[in-house]
Design a protein around this ligand. Sequence first.
Ligand code: HAM
Length: 436
Amino acid sequence: MSQTLLSTANYKGTRDFYPEDMKIRNWMFSVMRSVVQRFGYLEYDGPILEYFELYKAKSGEEIEKQLYNFYDKGNRHVAIRPEMTPTLARMVAAKLRELPKPIRWFSIPNLWRYEAPGHGRLREHWQLNVDLFGINAWTAELEIIQIACEILFAFGASPEDFRVTFSSRKILNQFLKNSLNLNQKNEHDVAKLLDKKNKISKEEFETQIIPLLPNKQKDLDLLYKFLSSSINNISDIHGITKEVLEEVQTFYKAIQSLGLDRTVFFDPSIIRGFDYYTGFIFEIFDTNPINKRSLYGGGRYDNLVGLFSNEQISGIGFGLGDVTLLNFLQTHKLIPSFQSQKGVFLGFLGESTYFPALSIASQIRQAGILCETNLESNLKFGKLIQQAERKNYRYMLILGENEMQNKKVILKDLSNGTQTEFHQNEIIEKLKSLEL
Ligand code: HAM
């Protein structure tokens, strides 16, 4: 009886990372790491499984709908992390007193959301999280935006390739409350609808929003005026306090001083889905319209640590997703070719050369150079070359019986076929000069 074969397809919305994909992923993570570490951020990590209630309090309805959650064998209600911020807030709260301030931390977790997969959206993605706790001032906002931009510059992007938009939750809240005179319930519902605005048609948006507005069309006109305000005329909108206006204006002046105003723009229409944001919010998009999903999303959250501790500490940070970042890097042709394999392939011919070849390979590795060998001693010369070529090595060392007897070795450059012979004592020196 023949056995039914299992499918090799992976689970919907996830990716398999073959070695060539891992090369790109590792490269992406190492660029991210090197930038944030240069700003003094320390790496942390947490569990992939958390108590369900961690996401109930502040993440918002959308995330709750997307949670992968289940009861474990001890009947505990658990969820796979859909985002890192609640875990981070929990970890910071647990050691708040002993942590030196300001706290600058980063992590690159994989996250799970039950979404309809599409371009830039999957069910499992990796997300660089960079967060700063303990400074509730525009200087922290500026550092976070600077890091976000520096990461893209480190990948080789130019300021025209992406667009940072920022606003403040306080502006939105004050507008809804003071200008439209909404009660708390309608304020919340209008904010949710605004967050969905770009995903639904204009008619659908208006049909849903008008019943929530006390003065119907008049309020809708006001709302459109608010949404299209710039940094220069946002002060014309009634109901926003001088203090809050000053906050965004001071931040924007600092952006201008850094010369980032070609890239960073005020946009009151950004909302951010999470309920925990309390002040500054921002998103970053590719300027190429092929990639519509945000690269980054982030903001300030004042009350998240307070869920776990009587002491409050304000946090600010962002998430940068690997799916949208990869699309961005591909679109702007910023992925280097990882074509040639670093290091050297050491091929030995004949059984008697096996142990001498192993000893040469060890010496090469001890010198910090990658060295891969064949494992069959009966390979013909042509097959040996083919093995090294298919693995994309540029350089190959060859040890046949003749070379072994004369304490020699052959170095072959597979890119042009040239070869040289030299004494085995010189191997390390020669390889080092090739900068493998
Ligand atoms: P978020 O806006 O949900 O924020 O996600 C941040 C970024 O992660 C998005 O801009 C996108 O690049 C990526 N992302 C999110 N969901 C998916 C998905 N299903 N597939 C692919 N990429 C995705 C947060 O998660 C906040 N916790 C970020 C934060 C950190 N705020 C403060 N600190």
